[in-house]
Design a protein. Sequence first.
Length: 169
Amino acid sequence: MHDFQPYPMELLEFNPFTKIGKEWAAIVTEVDGKANAMTASWGSVGVLWGKNIATIFIRESRYTKEMLDNSDTFSVCFFEDEKMHSTLNYLGKVSGRNEDKLAGARLHVDHIQDVPVLDEAKFILICKKMSATPITADQFIDPTIQDKWYSDGDMHTMYVGEILQILAR
């Protein structure tokens, strides 16, 4: 396993448009000793309710949502660059309900502060869940969102997590 070091939040230089939108990340959670991860290309980081936070979005159909609903913590794991896209594509296409997709992706789970992380990550946000807000069609002001992103009715839940620690290797 790799050695991760705490990274001071006040020194963070982080472009969320690149890290989340282009390079992607993996959201990792665990219930009853079983870890699961999914690919994330939507999300944000910032400040809310006086806390440093990460916001993630998980569709209702995802096994990771079921797991996160039964967990208090999650990690957001970032990798070196777009070289991990094939692995992250696999995490996005295969369900943890049906197989151990972390093993299938040849990824290894470690724990930091009892929160599951992916050992292959370069940069990790350790988060404690603060809120879960289902997104519903009646919330959209822009009428094109429903047709473009939710024509199948598989809506997201927005999770806000307090960033407890940032780690890098």
